[in-house]
Design a protein around this ligand. Structure first.
Ligand code: AMP
Ligand code: FE
Ligand code: FE
Ligand code: ZN
Length: 282
């Protein structure tokens, strides 16, 4: 049986719905050889995942996902093989969480002013230990019966253009890549086809990511079919970026995305991809 990996997974440390240990247990049940824990702006789930991996079998790669600014767009960069205690990275993550908190507070205050029953305290109590973001506000709205599900809550209230959308200050692409490198990790351009670029703009972006210090890019991602993977693989080769891949599993928060297999079951990331990233990281 081919050994497969999933290098993009969220847990309850950010906006996933499985705890780190539950995520590792699911990986074991699925027969995955390795998973990377890549929570938004935090490595808080990594120690629990590493301990569970040692006990249950799947190799656990410490990671994180940073939301960065590239020409005004929200571009995501994954760090893989990072030292969770790396000081430079810890600073960058803390800065990002701080900006996130400031934005959450403004969104929640605006909703409360309009009569919604919501507060930062209630939100944090509902999601203990989580780095909060719009997904949790969405979850709260669902619990209150004000939205059918997460996607509905985003569509009604939280997406750009909606009443309670607010921008968030984001770390620069360069600073994110440098923080990841300083923690011994490899910076990976996440889901390159999610930013709405046509091919020339995509290629400029990849070159810019490479210049910023990214050494890899996601080629396998939930929803990307064979033609898209082929395109991304050829671009990875052209720009000297190691291919990476993962589902962006969020548990029940994105119920269509399955760990290890994506949305349509065709996301199959061979273990050799992990070896390639390891080599590129040195
Ligand atoms: P934030 O980091 O607070 O800006 O929230 C963005 C995060 O919300 C993304 O990383 C996704 O995980 C999640 N998200 C965005 N849109 C949706 C949606 N329609 N349904 C579920 N999750 C979403
Ligand atoms: Fe997320
Ligand atoms: Fe992302
Ligand atoms: Zn993600």
């Amino acid at each position: 049986m081919e050994r497969l990996v999933d290098l993009h997974i969220h847990t309850t440390a950010s906006d996933g719905t499985l705890s780190p240990e539950q995520a590792v247990a699911m990986a074991r049940d699925l027969g995955l050889a390795a998973i990377a824990i890549t929570d938004h702006d935090t490595v808080a789930g990594v120690p629990e995942a590493l301990a569970a991996g040692a006990r249950l079998g799947p190799e656990v790669i410490p990671g994180a996902e940073l939301s960065t600014d590239y020409l005004g767009r929200d571009v995501h960069i994954l760090g893989l093989f990072i030292d969770p205690d790396g000081a430079g990275l810890a600073d960058a993550l803390a800065w990002s969480r701080d900006r996130r908190r400031a934005r959450n507070e403004k969104i929640v205050a605006a909703m409360a002013a309009d009569g919604f029953s919501i507060s930062m305290e209630a939100l944090q109590a509902a999601y203990p230990g989580a780095v909060l973001g719009r997904p949790h506000i969405a979850g709260w709205l669902v619990r209150q019966g004000l939205a059918a599900d997460t996607a509905d809550a985003f569509g009604r209230y939280l997406n750009k253009g909606c009443a309670y959308y607010l921008p968030r200050e984001r770390i620069s692409l360069d600073r994110a890549a440098e923080a990841i490198r300083s923690a011994g990790g490899i910076a990976v351009i996440a889901h390159p086809l999610q930013y709405g670029y046509d091919q020339p703009a995509l290629e400029r972006f990849l070159q810019r990511g490479k210049d910023a210090g990214c050494r890899a890019m996601e080629v396998w991602y939930s929803g990307y079919g064979p033609a898209q993977r082929e395109l991304l693989l050829s671009l990875a080769d052209r720009y000297g970026l190691a291919p990476s891949g993962g589902s962006d599993f969020h548990g029940d928060r994105k119920p269509s995305v399955r760990m290890g297999s994506g949305i349509d079951g065709t996301l199959r990331v061979p273990y050799a991809v992990l070896d390639g990233l390891r080599a590129a990281c040195r």
